[in-house]
Design a protein around this ligand. Structure first.
Ligand SMILES: [Zn+2]
Length: 435
């Protein structure tokens, strides 16, 4: 709760102090006291540091960093005071709600500030308010949230508070945004070319984060300017490719004679939230055999709703099992999830899935067999497609099982991404086989 409150304060201070409802002092006492204490303590620390003659160079550098992070906070604190003085009580939240209700679709930032404002006015003990805010937080750009969290952590740490500063917060010289964006590694797709991060990529990514704090914020998503319509600007294949996934699977079909069998093994659960989906990384040993040729299972991940449509309709969700053979060819096995009974396998995954973006978590004592997520029947549709996330690399064979697997309504809403499906792409004469 403390972290949520801290984020509320920071998000508000960054997302427009003009809308602060600093009205309900009883309920907001904790949040306002926290930022006030942070600022006072940080200022004291700053003074002490300034006065001391004995400072070594490293401390001076730390002070520079601290001042940089504090300045914006100080400014916002002044704005806050002004807002506090200007607004006695009441109508602010309603005003903002009215103002925003004119927008058909609220940007994530606006949802976030509205959520934060409701939090401050209604208090953090209202579960509906807290949940809505948490959802907005999950959709928010991690980069901007990270900046605010880092500023707070560095400030608190410098003020002598016991606070763990995230490795991502290491102070770095400014990085040229263009060159960062051009770095394919930053997308966690790259080398292996797997949809989303392959296991190896995610490890590299974690290393990058530790050594280079200014790692790229996600620059693609599923909504607005970051959404699929604009992926092509930065990732040309997403816009110009002629064999893109997903597809709307509809007849006519060509009769397929491909044999596909899954031979998945249990192992310790390695799970992560990569900011676009929940992904489970898989150690070597689990295989999909396509006409006898083994393809190693690298990872599997989820989309809500399903990216593939059958006869124009999506399922509640889909699991993509991503495989690669010795020649480097990728194959994705899609298992559609339809609303029904609770799924025990997914129960285990959701219980261990990080709610917010971060590195892989290894649960040594949780053994998981991906085979438990497969239906018994193995009839499938098949076509040549692409990664469904940037950089949308083509040459990926898709096998979408005809038989869906159950997932309960509660489990669907327990998935931390409300919408992470790319729209269906033009078929461009591609053949869909059914077997
Ligand atoms: Zn996928």
């Amino acid at each position: 709760m403390k972290r949520i409150l801290l984020e509320v304060v920071l998000v508000l201070s960054l997302a427009g102090a003009g809308f602060f409802g600093w009205t309900n002092l009883q309920k907001n006492k904790l949040a306002s006291a926290e930022i006030a204490a942070t600022l006072i303590k940080a200022e004291v620390a700053e003074e002490l540091l300034k006065d001391s003659e004995k400072e070594v160079e490293t401390v001076e550098n730390a002070l520079d960093a601290l001042e940089e992070t504090l300045d914006p906070l100080k400014e916002k604190a002044l704005e806050l005071d002004a807002v506090k003085a200007a607004i006695a009580d009441g109508p602010l939240l309603k005003d903002v709600e009215t103002l925003y209700s004119k927008d058909k679709k609220l940007s994530v930032e606006r949802q976030l500030s509205l959520g934060a404002l409701r939090m401050l006015v209604k208090g953090s003990d209202d579960p509906a308010t807290t949940e809505a805010f948490n959802k907005a937080l999950q959709m928010a750009d991690w980069g901007s949230r990270k900046n605010s969290i880092c500023a707070a952590q560095i400030g608190l740490a410098a003020a002598g508070q016991k606070v763990k500063v995230m490795s991502e917060c290491a102070v770095q010289p400014p990085v040229d945004a263009k060159s960062t964006q051009a770095d394919p590694k930053a997308h966690g797709a790259a080398a292996g070319g797997a949809a989303h991060a392959s296991p190896a990529d995610s490890k590299d990514h974690g290393k990058d984060v530790k050594t280079a704090g200014a790692h790229a914020a996600p620059h693609w998503g599923y909504e607005g300017v970051m959404g699929p319509d604009n992926w092509g600007k930065e990732f040309p294949t997403c816009g110009k490719g002629k064999s893109q996934s997903p597809l709307n699977i509809k007849s006519p079909f060509v009769r397929g004679r491909i044999s596909v069998t899954a031979d998945y093994k249990a192992g310790p659960l390695r799970i992560l939230n990569n900011g676009h989906t929940i992904q489970v990384n898989v150690k070597s040993g689990s295989k999909l055999r396509i006409d006898g040729v083994p393809h190693d299972l690298l990872q599997f991940h989820f989309h809500r709703p399903s990216e593939e449509h059958i006869d124009g309709k999506p399922s509640a969700m889909v699991i993509h099992f991503v495989h690669k053979n010795a020649a480097g060819k990728l194959a994705v096995l899609g298992v559609l999830l339809k609303e029904g009974n609770e799924n025990p396998g997914i129960q285990t995954l959701w219980a261990n899935a990080p709610a917010t973006e971060g590195p892989e978590v290894v649960m040594e004592d949780v053994s998981f067999n991906p085979g438990n997520l497969l239906p018994r029947e193995f009839d499938f549709f098949s076509y040549e497609g692409s990664l469904t996330t940037p950089p949308c690399t083509e040459g990926v064979r898709f096998f979408i099982l005809k038989t869906p697997v159950n997932i309960s309504r509660a489990q669907i809403s327990g998935f931390p991404f409300k919408m992470n499906a790319r729209p269906v792409q033009p078929q461009n004469g591609r053949i869909i086989t059914a077997g």
